[in-house]
Design a protein around this ligand. Structure first.
Ligand code: ZN
Length: 316
């Protein structure tokens, strides 16, 4: 068979399944590297490194094996394995970085100076200085044996209405779909806040291995194995007090509907509102408008607030 006959059959799907069978990344990034001495150029594939099976099974499996190894080797360590460089980086305390910046969520590259008006109120929690240690409390038994217990926790979002055993709402008319959707969208931010608050309330750099799973009602929940024993009362207090305020341009009413859609304008090279002739605002302009609204009305509530539900499962 000639090459010409074979080539048309090599589709992206064929390549992807071949890559998967060989256990290599199915969507590598190709980097062109030029040797400055010889002037020779060659392509270097870089793994996509995804942790999601749906995105790239070989990379996800590779990452899974790495996490398992990290867990096996690191979970029971009784000394901090950090190098001096790590310790220095830690003293800058990245837990104090601002987790409240939503501005980049929609892919805006330019860094914005975050408006102080779009605030993240501090939760009502005890706050300890976070020490640069990851090892939890050590308990000593009467016979002198030492224990460093771990915990297993499941964090769940609130109820949006009763559901049947298959996860569908008992009363679809009264089920809070809107809140369920918004909570699911902003769940990762809530989880970031949780670890930040937990570290501040316990005073050490709490470490965990966690997985996000959809419940039957399709709300995400988080299972986490946590290094160190945290008093249940502190844990419950942190979970109850943790929330994330979403400051997005208002989206509580549809601006464009089927009979009135924006149209593409070659003149402004963007979509315009037919009624006004104005180009649609960018995400940044939307946030600027929100800031202006907050300027006139500082009491304006955030666009959405996400918190955990009352259901919290703690073991260990
Ligand atoms: Zn990959």
């Amino acid at each position: 068979m000639s090459n010409a006959a074979v080539l048309p059959q090599i589709t992206d799907e064929v390549l992807a399944s071949l890559a998967q069978a060989e256990g290599v990344c199915i969507r590598p990034l190709l980097n062109k590297v030029t040797d400055t001495a010889t002037g020779e150029t060659h392509l270097v594939p870089i793994r996509c490194g995804s942790t999601r099976e749906a995105v790239c099974p070989p990379c996800a499996q590779r990452n899974r094996r790495l996490r398992m190894q990290q867990c096996r080797e690191g979970w029971h360590l009784d000394t901090e394995p950090e190098s001096e460089a790590d310790a220095q980086a830690n003293s800058a305390n990245d837990d104090d970085r601002d987790l409240g910046n939503d501005d980049g969520d929609l892919g805006e590259v330019a860094r914005r100076v975050r408006s102080t008006r779009r605030r993240q109120d501090a939760p009502d929690l005890p706050r300890l200085p976070v020490e640069s240690r990851t090892i939890g409390k050590v308990f000593e038994a009467p016979d002198g044996r030492r224990f460093r217990p771990s915990m297993f926790a499941t964090f769940t979002l609130p109820s949006y209405g009763r559901v049947r055993p298959d996860g569908t709402p008992v009363d679809p008319d009264r089920y809070d779909y809107r809140r369920a959707a918004l909570d699911a969208m902003h769940f990762p931010k809530l989880v970031d806040r949780l670890w930040q608050n937990l570290r501040r309330a316990t005073g050490y750099r709490v470490q965990y291995f966690a997985a996000v799973e959809p419940q039957r009602r399709l709300a995400p929940h988080l299972h986490a194995a946590i290094r160190g024993a945290i008093p249940r009362q502190v844990f419950r207090q942190v979970v109850a007090a943790t929330y994330h305020q979403v400051w997005w341009p208002r989206f509580d009413r549809p601006v464009f509907t089927e009979d009135r859609m924006p149209v593409w304008s070659t003149e402004v090279e963007g979509y315009v509102d037919l009624a006004t002739g104005e180009p649609l605002p960018t995400w940044g302009e939307g946030l600027d408008r929100l800031d202006a609204e907050l300027e006139t009305d500082p009491g304006l509530p955030p666009t959405h607030v996400v918190r955990f539900g009352t259901q919290l499962d703690l073991q260990g």
